[in-house]
Design a binder for this molecule. Structure first.
Ligand SMILES: Cc1cc2nc3c(=O)[nH]c(=O)nc-3n(C[C@H](O)[C@H](O)[C@H](O)COP(=O)(O)OP(=O)(O)OC[C@H]3O[C@@H](n4cnc5c(N)ncnc54)[C@H](O)[C@@H]3O)c2cc1C
Length: 477
């Protein structure tokens, strides 16, 4: 008989959180801590969503999205998780770039970028200062019509090399392009520039294990292998969710699943205003990714001078379409030294990541798909050989993930790595006005994606849910 993953679950909760990505888990944790009865439903057999990892024989562990996040993670993790977690966040000091326009190493913060822009790129100090101040002054309520390209044209006209330095890491970090609103660039760029790039020491597996412990201590009922198919409404308000053949009642739902799937499939268009449905249908998904995971044989090492994060490209110029192309020219390598997992086996791993289009991978037949994955692995090792000669012989195992992989494990439409484009944020925010008690927290609108963006969005939404529940309770007492 199939295992009952809902065994012992109650018939009713205050809140049901659908999806255990960082936004979903953070919402569940805050609401559990506030004393609400919370059920967290995850369709996968693991918690974490895209904040995930996998193991391979030989003592190898690969991280999928642990490459870097801004300093703000320390505060968010301390406040909304615990000190145990925030104390493990450390800075990555060795960020490298190599492309036909420049090669450099940086600590990736305002002081060091000012040094580079003035001394290496010959930009006036006053222009650099004004650019940083403008980017830092941007906020969500600003004008959304100015594009990132226009912002760069204003400060660095004709300087494709400067645009590349400023933009390439942010495109990597959240999928934003020169055509997106400048605020999606300015906010995220300034977050990184405040203090540099940070990482969680211990690995994603350690982080998620600590988060799970905290959720349990806050009485969150966690259920894996429980995909939600349908959210049921009663008189315009959420009433229950359907999972594994059971209908479980609730007063509020927070969906961490993809925004479009949540609205168009789980809720369904019949219950919603036509305008809202149109707006949701017009929300564009963000791009997906490919990755190649390479583990060194036990005893083999890579020198720390290889860097922590390494942005490489063979393309002469910086263009969004080239960053996404199947014909890969840009690769970002993350180097994991034994210090990434203190106390564990001394292992070295390298993960290469590249932004990618779903359409390039979606329709390949099984044979072509396997061949393309193999080609991706081969060409990536070849590219790495340029920087670490002889690395091919040191590699114990190498394998690839594609947009299909990300879709398979998270159910994100088109394997989107960063949720939706900017317009998704408005739809996500409007959802509770359409359906009482219905909220969405998860990667939308570029700003609210990435590890820090997802956690912070989970915080914002859980506060709104808390207010609703407290308001309703005070009406009934
Ligand atoms: C290759 C790659 C590299 C990245 N690198 C970085 C990085 O270096 N730094 C950074 O900050 N960010 C990075 N990111 C982005 C970051 O991982 C994500 O933005 C963030 O983890 C998303 O969190 P989320 O809460 O939006 O939900 P997600 O992680 O998208 O999780 C959604 C969850 O909902 C579950 N779910 C979906 N449908 C259902 C359903 N019907 N029922 C139940 N459960 C459901 C899914 O299984 C999943 O667990 C990277 C992403 C990728 C793909």
């Amino acid at each position: 008989m199939a295992k009952d993953f809902l065994k012992g679950a109650a018939d009713e909760y205050d809140v049901i959180v659908i999806g255990s990505g960082l936004a979903g888990m953070t919402s569940a944790n805050i609401l559990g801590r506030a004393g609400h009865r919370v059920l967290l439903l995850e369709q996968h057999y693991k918690l974490g969503g895209l904040a995930t990892w996998f193991l391979r024989p030989g003592g190898h562990t690969f991280d999928i999205s642990l490459h870097g996040f801004p300093h703000g993670m320390i505060k968010s993790c301390r406040r909304y998780w615990n000190k145990d977690i925030s104390d493990r966040i450390v800075q990555l000091k060795n960020i490298r770039f190599d492309n036909p326009q420049f090669s450099l190493t940086t600590t990736f913060n305002r002081d060091d970028f000012t040094r580079l822009l003035t001394s290496k790129f010959g930009i006036e100090h006053s222009t650099v200062t004004e650019f940083f101040d403008t980017a830092r002054g941007m906020n969500f309520f600003d004008d959304q019509t100015t594009t990132t390209r226009q912002l760069f044209d204003r400060f660095f006209p004709g300087r494709d090399d400067v645009v590349r330095l400023l933009m390439e890491p942010i495109t990597y970090a959240n999928g934003s392009t020169l055509e997106d609103p400048a605020i999606t660039y300015g906010i995220v760029f300034s977050n990184f520039m405040s203090k540099g790039v940070f990482i969680y020491e211990g690995g994603t597996d350690d982080l998620i294990a600590r988060m799970k412990k905290e959720l349990i201590s806050n009485n969150v009922d966690i259920r894996i292998n429980c995909g939600v198919d349908r959210i049921h409404l009663d008189k315009g308000h959420v009433a229950a969710v359907e999972t594994n053949g059971r209908k479980i009642k609730c007063r509020a739902v927070v969906s961490n699943a993809n925004l479009r799937t949540t609205v168009l499939k789980m809720i369904g268009t019949e219950a919603l205003d036509r305008d809202f449905v149109d707006k949701t249908q017009a929300v564009r998904l963000n791009n997906s990714s490919t990755q190649v995971y390479m583990a060194l044989k036990p005893g083999q090492e890579i020198d720390e001078s290889s860097g922590d994060l390494f942005f490489t490209s063979t393309s002469k110029e910086f263009r969004t379409d080239l960053l996404l192309s199947r014909d890969i020219t840009s690769r970002t390598f993350s180097f994991y030294y034994p210090r990434a997992r203190p106390g564990k086996k001394d292992r070295y791993a390298i993960v290469s990541s590249t932004n990618a289009n779903w359409s390039d991978w979606a329709d390949l037949n099984e044979h072509d798909y396997e061949a393309s994955k193999q080609d991706l692995v081969e060409t990536t090792i070849e590219a790495l050989e340029k920087y670490i000669p002889g690395v091919r012989d040191k590699i114990d195992r190498a394998e690839a993930a594609t947009p299909r992989t990300f879709h398979h494990y998270t159910r994100h439409e088109s394997g989107a790595s960063f949720g939706t484009k900017f317009e998704g944020l408005g739809v996500s925010r409007e959802l509770p006005q359409q359906v009482g008690g219905m909220y969405h927290a998860g990667s939308v609108g570029i700003i609210m994606s990435g590890w820090l963006g997802a956690i912070n969005y989970g915080v914002i939404v859980s506060n709104e849910v808390d207010q609703q529940l407290v308001r309703e309770s005070s009406h009934t007492t």
